[in-house]
Design a protein around this ligand. Structure first.
Ligand code: PXG
Length: 288
């Protein structure tokens, strides 16, 4: 049975419960992180913790733990569950309040840490590549809710995911029609040996895996450009792939019924995947 951290204590999963008056549930008022650990090490833990605290600042939420204490609680969650490989979900909600949306009525944020596992796509899609369809649901605009905040408001992405259905992953555009990201992954294209990805201001989350891929490109000496991309840039790409903590790096071979490149995972994508796997196996904060 899993052991779940809630506000400083560990509970068996069937006893890990929060109040129905928690504003995370009532209003989606809160933030989260998805983190992976490999081979007894938490990959990019500091970056995830930093992004969590940035999300908190952006929604004026006080996390009742220091970054050091949150880091330790995260590592302890892995230990309590005796895991060496898996997935961690950190959730911080506005906490228990009343039936009114005013956050001032929530005296203390609720902190939840789940250490478990995640599998987003079947293994064959990593070998054969994923098909992507463009969703009619646009990525929300920064003026409404910044897509850079990893908030508990994922309806925008979930509605896009519903549209994508069984076809594969859903590509989301911003209000101007530029590519933002997929429903839970950042997008990259390779063209003539250069790597392109949408800018953060186009409506993409500042993905931790995105950052790792940009670092790998630098290591490879590959030119990189964060740019305004349209579907045309994906249709005409040599190669395309998605990145995310849960998805890792997954090749995309089709967009809206057009084959991308040769219609099979490309050689440069394979190089990124190989290097990414090396880094995930050999770096990160030690759990034990
Ligand atoms: N865009 C969005 C909207 C995301 O939610 C990413 C990009 C990739 O970011 P990272 O930092 O993970 O490289 C995400 C992250 C899930 C799940 O349950 C989704 C994410 C992370 C973990 C689990 O589908 N999305």
């Amino acid at each position: 049975m899993k052991k779940i951290y809630i506000d400083g204590a560990f509970y068996p999963e069937n006893e890990a419960k929060i109040s129905v008056f928690d504003h995370g549930l009532l209003y989606g008022d809160g933030i989260f992180e998805g983190i992976r650990f490999y081979n007894g090490r938490v990959f990019k833990l500091e970056e995830h913790i930093d992004r969590l605290y940035d999300s908190a600042r952006a929604i004026a939420l006080t996390i009742p733990l220091s970054k050091a204490a949150m880091t330790e609680a995260t590592l302890e969650s892995c230990r309590q569950n005796e895991l060496r490989d898996g997935y961690i979900r950190l959730v911080v909600t506005r906490g228990v309040g009343d039936l009114g949306l005013n956050p001032k009525n929530c005296p203390r944020a609720t902190v939840i840490i789940i250490a478990a596992s995640i599998k987003l796509y079947p293994e064959e899609l990593y070998r054969n590549g994923l098909s992507v369809v463009t969703c009619a649901t646009r990525r929300m605009t920064p003026g409404a809710l910044s897509p850079a905040i990893k908030s508990l408001n994922y309806l925008n992405n979930i509605l896009a995911k519903i549209e994508a259905g069984d076809a594969g992953e859903g590509l989301m555009l911003n209000e101007q029609g530029y590519v933002a990201e997929c429903t839970g992954d950042n997008v990259f294209v390779l063209k003539n040996g250069r790597l392109f990805t949408p800018t953060i201001s186009a409506g993409a989350l500042r993905g931790i895996t995105r950052g790792v891929v940009l670092d790998i490109a630098e290591e490879f000496g590959m030119p990189v450009k964060e740019a305004d991309l349209t579907r045309y840039d994906l249709f005409t790409a040599d190669e395309c792939f998605l990145t995310g903590t849960a998805a890792e790096i997954i090749p995309v071979v089709n967009l809206d019924s057009r084959a991308i490149g040769e219609g099979t995972p490309g050689p440069l994508t394979a190089k990124f995947i190989t290097r990414f796997r090396e880094l995930t196996q050999a770096t990160g904060a030690s759990i034990y």
